[in-house]
Design a protein around this ligand. Structure first.
Ligand code: NOJ
Length: 510
């Protein structure tokens, strides 16, 4: 387990929207290099970079055409290496995004595999025996290539699934077992990609759809086996490299598959969505001030998973990512401050999505860009300062429009504002670094009564008290101590914490 993870705070950078250094309207790697001090100033010491590989961008780069080449619009491989070096000088780690489940249909492997002529790449993707064979239980593209067969896709139609085999074989005429040499070669091909970038200085990977490799693998037994193999490779060859999975099942991802971290995402209506997003635009979220949230639903889902996995890895809370509406679509500013206090004081390894530190708004109703659809509204350019494109780009044609409202938050105006979300985010991250008890593997004792909000938790010597409601609340406590931080108004006296509406108190117990 890489030691640095215990005190890591990640910043997710969506490269096309972060900072455009050459005025072509699209963010780029040199732009990220220029802004490393900004990232450092937030207190973040690690970056997750969304895909920067060569791609036709039908899914914003999650459709890789060449795993070994940086997309021209972002720069060159050398630029990426310079980013690794510049980041390392500032003690910032960089995780690239690994897309192992599928490629673009323009990837040379697929171009060869879809030909009628058999080749050593014929089994790199999943093709049926003939075009007349299209079992409805699979997502197939039918009759669109020379080869007499339909192929399975993993996500959009332009993303054919790579072939890691089938755990249960239901159609032996075209499904290969996972230990077929061609399927094993697919895993080796992905490992080769990982080695290539790790050798160049990457510090690990965020793994896209990590659970999607082997098909007909409901319990993910064979998929986990592949990842354990990857983890063995990392432990032996790159012991400081880290992997975080987009899986949202820590038992499987951490315990079975060997990931160091697993994202706590809004999949399957789980505990995460209960916190910030549940119901009709958040009306049933725990942090909604109306008090209709399902705290018990969160606690009963998260705590057992946390307890089962905490000795082997970290569950990663995130402010948001590039796939979900920003939390500003669900909650008011004061609630979002509390959300940040929560995310940065919980165990695991937290992730901050670019712009969330400013309270950037979700831009509903934008026309879809590069396969973004409803996600496009969370992918708009970073808002740096007043002026053209809010400082993102000098181009007349930015990748996406910036927030046009008069009161659009920017780095410039939020840094100055003592009442900003930015202030809470940077304060909380600083406290997380300062107190060992707030680090990833520090203890957690979560205190809640049925579905009653407010709630509290202890992290070693620190106690956190939250009142998300729009009315005063009290929490009885045996603890006493010095106030470390508060949001809104809150006091502790005579065994009681008195919390004003939408407030938070952190104390250092004595
Ligand atoms: C999850 C990624 O986060 C998302 O943006 C992408 O579209 C899909 N996986 C497919 O790769």
């Amino acid at each position: 387990m890489p030691k640095w993870l215990n005190d890591a705070v990640f910043y997710e950078i969506y490269p096309q929207s972060f900072y455009d250094s050459n005025g072509d309207g699209i963010g780029d790697i040199n732009g990220i290099i220029e802004k490393l001090d900004y990232v450092k100033g937030l207190g973040c010491n690690a970056i997750w970079l969304n895909p920067v590989y060569d791609s036709p961008f039908m899914d914003a780069g999650y459709d890789v055409r060449d795993y070994y080449k940086v997309a021209e619009r972002y720069g060159t491989n050398d630029d990426l290496v310079r980013l690794f070096e510049a980041a390392h000088k500032k003690d910032i780690k960089i995780l690239l995004d690994l897309v192992p489940g599928h490629t673009s249909d323009t990837h040379p492997w697929f171009q060869v595999a879809k030909r009628a002529k058999e080749s050593e790449l014929s089994n790199r993707y999943i093709f049926t025996k003939t075009v007349w064979d299209a079992p409805p239980e699979y997502r197939m593209m039918c009759g669109i290539c020379e080869r007499n067969g339909n192929y399975m896709v993993n996500y959009f139609s332009s993303q054919p699934a790579l072939n890691y085999g089938f755990y249960e074989i239901t159609h032996p005429e075209w499904q290969l077992p996972c230990d077929h040499p061609d399927c094993l070669r697919t895993a080796e091909a992905i490992k080769a990609v990982m080695r290539f970038w790790l050798d160049k200085g990457a510090d690990g990977f965020r793994v896209d759809m990590a659970d999607s490799l082997v098909k007909n693998d409901d319990e993910k037994i064979a998929t986990a086996k592949i990842w354990r193999g990857v983890r063995e490779m990392l432990d032996a060859e790159y012991p400081e490299a880290a992997m975080v999975s987009e899986w949202c099942n820590p038992d499987r991802a951490i315990t079975n598959a060997g990931f160091h971290m697993d994202f706590y995402l809004d999949h399957y209506g789980n505990g995460y969505s209960r916190l910030f997003r549940f119901g009709e635009w958040g009306d049933l979220a725990v942090f909604n001030k109306n008090g209709m949230g399902d705290l018990k639903g969160f606690a009963e889902e998260y705590l057992p998973a946390y307890n089962r996995t905490k000795d082997n890895g970290y569950i990663s809370f995130m402010t948001n990512n590039h796939d979900m509406p920003r939390v500003t679509a669900y909650l008011d500013k004061q609630a979002i401050k509390l959300v940040n206090a929560f995310i940065f004081t919980m165990p695991g390894v937290p992730f901050l999505y670019y712009g969330d530190e400013l309270g950037m708004r979700y831009q509903a109703d934008l026309i879809s860009k590069e396969g973004g659809f409803s996600r496009t509204g969370s992918r708009t350019p970073m808002q740096w300062c007043e002026g053209k494109n809010l400082g993102f780009s000098t181009s007349d044609f930015p990748y996406l429009p910036v927030d046009m409202s008069d009161d659009a938050p920017t780095v410039e105006n939020q840094k100055e504002d003592p009442d900003s979300i930015y202030r809470v985010v940077t304060d909380m991250i600083a406290l997380r670094h300062k107190y060992d008890d707030l680090h990833g593997n520090g203890e957690l004792e979560f205190i809640y009564k049925d579905d009653e909000i407010p709630f509290a938790y202890r992290r070693g010597s620190l106690m956190m008290f939250f009142n998300p409601l729009d009315k005063e609340a009290e929490i009885e406590t045996d603890s006493d101590g010095d106030v470390v931080y508060k949001i809104g108004d809150a006091i502790i006296e005579e065994g009681k914490v008195k919390l004003q509406p939408q407030s938070f108190l952190m104390i250092h117990t004595i």
